[in-house]
Design a protein. Structure first.
Ligand code: LLP
Length: 431
């Protein structure tokens, strides 16, 4: 199986964390997201222990909430002792209301509004990751009004191409995010930040992309960033203490994707970073990382009920399900490839080539094309694997479809973390 939390039981049914997915579909209905809490916790621990081991106290993972945000995930992150990154007032409000220690929350985004900044300051957020001059000015102004000195990192673009999907490359020079070293705008914003009375510049941030399996893009970025830390020290006398390397370690979506060990990769990245710090004569900074996908993607799957199986002779076979692009827009947006399994026939050969289509009134509403599954029939349960990241968080109400629930499973319990929306929920703001 694709991941170690998945299995097949004596009834030939797919299991996650030991639970029969066909029984889960019966109990909670479809479509439903199912998340393996034990796997999320294990991933948090792998990152936390590896970062602490290689970089010492203070170094830690910050969960990138954009991958999957709800109250429960912040409670898990809190219990695991990691930090969080948020990118909007909504994520910030949720993490705050979940009782998360706000000093470990970092506020991202390339266009924080005045209201976002006010909310961050009122929630006593640990750090803003400042993207641009206007934002720097506004944070300083609002911090002054409140008579506080606000910790910040500056978002820097190191100009690394991580050889991944173009739509998720966010670290190159022409990016909408941050300030580039190459154009000297990075040094200009550092110097500006150091003049602000109500701002404490604590470090730098960079994010090079997503779904990266190699270590080199991270170590190349770290090399550039550490050289820049040295340049800052030389030009301003200020030694910045924190270097945040962003998110992006890859996840296995199909059998063609490699297995990587996050623990080993962090070890390899750490060795290089230590060399670079020595070579460039700066003290080893506190290293933060912001994993999103690699903490939650493989912990999730989505359960659907099959409706029609339409065979168009000489063309293709369509398997229609009771969800689609509103609960998983990633194929429609990025042609992201998934592995699907007929959950009640999990041991039967996957020899039926088909297109998995959603139920929206739109031809582009597809979950997979040319994929191989067991030939299903109406009312079979289809599981789409590795949907724990960027599915629920990117879901919509298109065609006025209610959002599916999130069911959490762990060795000793299963429970609803987010309940299924009703038609009345859809109408709650209609006046
Ligand atoms: N930190 C920053 C500043 C980011 O921009 C991102 C992702 C992350 C951390 C987390 O990256 P991860 O570890 O999850 O790769 N919607 C797209 C992914 C967009 C990622 C954007 N930034 C998708 O579904 O593939």
């Amino acid at each position: 199986m694709l991941h170690k939390n998945l299995g097949i039981n004596e009834n030939n049914h797919l299991t996650i964390c030991g639970y029969d997915t066909v029984e889960l579909a019966k109990e909670y209905g479809t479509p439903s997201y199912v998340m393996d809490e034990d796997m999320i916790r294990e991933n948090c621990r792998i990152y936390k222990n590896a970062l602490e081991k290689h970089f010492g106290k203070g170094s830690m993972p910050l969960y990138a909430s954009k991958a999957f945000s709800c109250k429960k995930i912040y409670e898990i992150a809190k219990e695991e002792g990691i930090g969080c990154d948020v990118v909007s007032g909504g994520e910030l409000y949720t993490v705050y209301k979940s009782g998360f220690p706000m000093e470990k929350v970092y506020f991202h985004g390339n266009n924080k509004t005045d209201a976002d900044i006010a909310l961050g300051l009122d929630c006593k957020i640990g750090f803003f990751v400042v993207d641009n001059f206007e934002e720097l000015e506004e944070i300083n102004r609002q911090a002054m009004q409140r008579n506080v000195k606000q910790n910040i990192l500056l978002r820097i673009t190191p100009g690394i191409d991580p050889h991944t999907h173009k739509a998720v490359v966010t670290g190159s020079v022409d990016s909408k995010f941050g300030s580039a070293i190459e154009t000297n705008q990075a040094m200009a914003i550092v110097k500006e930040a150091l003049t602000k009375a109500n701002i404490e510049l604590c470090g730098l941030h960079c994010h090079i992309g997503s779904q990266i399996f190699e270590c080199e893009p991270f170590t190349d970025a770290a090399d550039i960033m550490i050289r820049f830390l040295k340049q800052i020290k030389d030009e301003t006398g200020k030694e910045l203490k924190i270097l945040n390397l962003g998110g992006g370690m890859g996840v296995r979506y199909t059998e063609d994707d490699p297995y990587i060990s996050y623990e080993e990769n962090i070890g390899k990245i750490a060795n290089k970073i230590k060399d670079y710090a020595e070579k460039h004569n700066v003290n080893l900074p506190i290293i933060l990382m912001e994993p999103g996908r690699s903490l939650v993607a493989a912990a999730g799957l989505t359960l659907y009920t099959v409706g029609s199986v339409k065979e168009i002779p000489g063309f293709k076979n369509y398997v229609s399900i009771d969800g689609g692009m509103p609960d998983n827009p990633r194929y429609a947006l990025y042609q992201s490839v998934y592995t699907s399994v007929v959950a009640n026939k999990a041991n039967s050969p996957a020899d039926y080539t088909c297109t998995i289509a959603g139920r929206c009134c739109e031809s582009g509403d597809l979950i997979a094309e040319n994929t191989k599954i067991t030939r299903p029939e109406r009312n079979d349960i289809l599981a789409v694997l590795v949907t724990g990241a960027y599915n629920y968080s990117m879901s919509s109400h298109y065609n006025r479809l209610p959002k599916p629930p999130v069911i959490m499973v762990s060795k000793d319990k299963k429970y609803i973390a987010v309940k299924r929306e009703s038609y009345d929920d859809l109408m709650r703001n209609d006046l």
